[in-house]
Write a protein that binds this ligand. Structure first.
Ligand code: ATP
Ligand code: F6P
Length: 425
């Protein structure tokens, strides 16, 4: 795999989550892993709760009481097992960023992790989520904790009550980070205030910047390819052609399709600089922004050719693209990896925004979809994304829900299977 510019220094980072239960630590941890993986930085989350459940699957609140010495022992054991696996992963799999997902709420526990990291030359980056918004915490408990494996088969009200008692037990010993010698970021009330201390490497600063842009307000993202274009009908790649008559019909139907999904909520539409996305969005009654970064993957010297013509004129290139479609760069053009790199500011801005609709192109849409849905690089360039279909993405606590809304307008397929040059019928 090609080195990625985000990992310029030779550092290994352990992101140590800190915070009381139900403060969004696991959600933040999973998002960091998804973001870094999308950028080809090897990242993995180690959740201490999963290790604790091996011995203690359904603990009640008193298990987490500091005066419960057996509980303390089992919790320490779980932390040791998780960190042992984590260091093994750093060593044997050359991992770059590990997330230690646990409460780590006492200074003593943080010192312990700090020393383990220092012995192995691993940079610890502490990420604390601090939140005193009681309504939000209660909502978090109802949303995710009552369905946690800890409470499987139990009455949700009982589960919520027990979980609140669990939090009380943690509160008795909680020490917010104040160690000035540590590298840390403290997110206060979901980023309404952010405190940053001693951030050193480039990768750390990227992680911190990403965290600063996150919010948890409910919102959706709609993705659509442009309507069928003249080049699509001719089977040609790239170019800057107009919409076909059926593509224009999709543009006319798009406002109705959008309204049925968006309702009366505010929305901003993003298009590329190419005519076919702007013609597709032109009847949408929302604010529109044009991004060069949303332009289609550049086919370089193959731009304007059909796949058959590419196979005939550049057989070696054609085969090389099939062998590794993510890495293959068209001569004078781009690879999927290049597209991901130029989409990074788009992803950052998407995290900051609320309802957004993106009207873009096949390859770009695949890359954006891969970020939200965690699609691996060997699969993302091969995903089928049909024309005349609106995709709704709804971020939820631990994943993204997808809905596809098809317009009833036929279109050619632009999907080429591996090893074929003809398009799928
Ligand atoms: P535990 O210690 O029990 O594992 P946790 O801190 O990992 O808890 P999560 O399981 O991630 O908490 O809780 C998810 C909930 O927290 C989601 O409903 C999410 O919307 C919400 N959330 C996300 N970020 C934050 C934040 N910065 N502050 C408070 N709540 C948040
Ligand atoms: O055919 C439509 C199109 O958007 C082309 O402009 C582009 O080169 C291609 O799809 C990207 O898809 P793939 O990576 O599967 O060739």
């Amino acid at each position: 795999m090609g080195a990625y510019s985000f990992h310029v220094e030779n550092v290994q980072i352990c992101v140590v989550m800190v915070g009381l239960p139900a403060r969004g630590k696991s959600l933040i941890a999973q998002k960091i892993v998804r973001y870094l993986t999308w950028l080809s930085v090897k990242a993995k989350c180690f959740n201490v709760g999963n290790y604790r459940r091996i011995e203690t699957a359904h603990p009640t609140a008193d298990f987490f009481d500091v005066n419960n010495s057996e509980g303390e022992r089992l919790r320490k054991m779980a932390a040791e097992a998780a960190t042992a696996d984590m260091f093994r992963w750093f060593d044997q799999e050359k991992g770059v960023v590990a997330i230690l997902d646990a409460t780590n709420t006492t200074k003593a526990r943080r010192d312990w992790v700090l020393n383990l990291c220092r012995k192995r030359n691993i940079e610890p980056l502490f990420v604390e989520s601090w939140c005193d918004d009681e309504d939000l915490i209660l909502q978090n408990i109802i949303d995710v904790k009552t369905t946690s494996p800890d409470y499987v088969g139990q009455d949700p009200e009982q589960a919520a009550l027990d979980f609140r008692n669990r939090i009380r037990n943690y509160e008795k010993v909680y020490e917010t980070i104040s160690e000035r010698e540590l590298t840390y970021v403290k997110l206060i009330n979901v980023g309404s205030q952010v405190i940053i201390n001693r951030i050193q490497s480039y990768l750390e600063s990227r992680i911190v910047y990403y965290l600063m842009n996150l919010h948890i307000k409910p919102r959706c993202i709609w993705l659509s390819r442009h309507g069928e274009s003249v080049f699509n009908v001719e089977g040609k790649i790239g170019g800057d052609s107009d919409l076909s008559p059926r593509g224009r019909e999709y543009a006319r139907q798009l406002p109705g399709l959008t309204k049925s999904s968006v309702g009366d909520q505010p929305l901003t539409v993003w298009t590329s600089t190419l005519k076919r996305t702007q013609q597709t969005a032109k009847y949408l009654p929302y604010r529109q922004l044009t991004w060069k970064a949303l332009d289609e993957l550049d086919g370089g010297q193959c731009d304007g050719l059909t796949y058959e013509e590419i196979e005939e004129r550049y057989p070696e290139d054609f085969a090389a693209r099939d062998a590794d479609k993510y890495e293959y760069r068209y001569p004078g053009g781009e690879s999927y990896r290049d597209v991901v790199i130029r989409l990074e500011p788009i992803i950052m801005e998407l995290e900051r925004q609320e309802n957004i609709m993106i009207v873009t192109h096949q390859a770009v849409l695949r890359c954006i979809y891969a970020y939200f849905m965690n699609v691996p690089q060997d699969q993302s360039p091969w995903m089928e994304v049909p024309l005349h279909t609106l995709i709704k993405l709804e971020p939820k606590a631990y994943g993204t829900e997808v809905t596809r809304i098809k317009a009833n307008i036929p279109a050619v397929s632009t999907y080429r299977e591996k090893g074929q040059s003809a398009l799928k019928k």
